[in-house]
Write a protein of this length. Structure first.
Length: 280
């Protein structure tokens, strides 16, 4: 009788240990990011590894289109990265376009432009982060980040317009919506790379108490005939529709260089483009 009791007791203990172990494994699996579990390397021509995530895609024209892809360094290109990577004493900074990301949010500026919302959509709260496929020039941001370039945001420049004086070279992404303080700071800097057409297109103001921006002028507002909100003579917005960049090149203006196409694909595929960005 004692032996049977002992055997039963041991079986129960083993069962409990097994259940506890199983629950622990399940808990560990559940704490993993879904992106880590379902990460898929994409077959795309690039100088970098590009990954999508299984639950984050759409079917367009019968093909899977990945949303919010992530770039990573490819160890096979380490030697190339050494040549292209930012060196601290180069004194270069990239301005991340947080105001433009906010403007593109829905409902927001473009809801108003489509006639689907009144002027209340011209004030939009700034989020802490946005999906990088949703943020125009998200590829450029990821690539330059991986190559070690220092990043600041529109907010940093608006709050301290003298911040750009610390740097010998400033790189803009698709900074379409900026404040007047930011516009002045950028256009008064002697060496700016306007990497994406349509930069400095419309004026916004920022309300730090509500963490929001409001469109003031530009993009056919408040009058249809108002195109560029700053009447900027170097506005190259029509070039943003050239996304193939087959005849890619830079045009020199008074305070830097402007790329003549929209490089969202070229930025991660073209060694020549990355060499030019580093070499200016």
């Amino acid at each position: 009788m004692k032996i049977k009791f002992l055997v039963s007791f041991i079986v129960i203990i083993i069962f409990i240990i097994g259940v506890v172990f199983f629950l622990q494994i399940q808990s560990e699996n559940n704490t993993q990011s879904p992106n880590e579990i379902k990460k898929t390397k994409l077959d795309i021509n690039s100088l970098f590894n590009i990954y999508g995530f299984e639950e984050n895609f759409e079917i367009k024209n019968g093909k899977k289109t990945w949303n919010d892809v992530k770039f990573e360094l490819n160890s096979a290109n380490n030697e190339l990265y050494e040549k292209l990577s930012y060196v601290y004493d180069e004194s270069t900074v990239v301005i991340f376009h947080i105001f433009t990301a906010a403007a593109y949010n829905e409902p927001g500026f473009y809801t108003y432009y489509r006639g689907e919302c009144d002027k209340e959509c011209l004030t939009i709260e700034i989020q802490k982060e946005y999906p990088l496929d949703f943020v125009s020039s998200g590829n450029g941001f990821q690539v330059l980040s991986l190559l070690g370039y220092e990043m600041i945001s529109d907010i940093d420049v608006d709050q301290n317009s003298d911040i750009l004086k610390k740097y010998d070279k400033v790189i803009l992404l698709h900074n379409e919506y900026v404040t007047k303080k930011e516009f002045d700071a950028i256009t008064n800097h002697p060496k700016v790379i306007y990497l994406y057409p349509n930069a400095l297109y419309a004026e916004v103001k920022i309300d730090y108490s509500s963490n929001s921006i409001t469109l003031l002028r530009g993009h056919n507002f408040p009058e249809l005939e108002i195109i560029n909100g700053f009447n900027w003579k170097f506005d190259n917005s029509p070039l943003e529709y050239d996304t193939n960049c087959k005849n890619m090149g830079f045009d020199q203006i008074s305070n830097g260089w402007m790329l003549n196409c929209y490089p969202e694909n070229a930025i991660h595929q073209s060694k020549v483009l990355l060499e030019m960005i580093k070499g200016f």
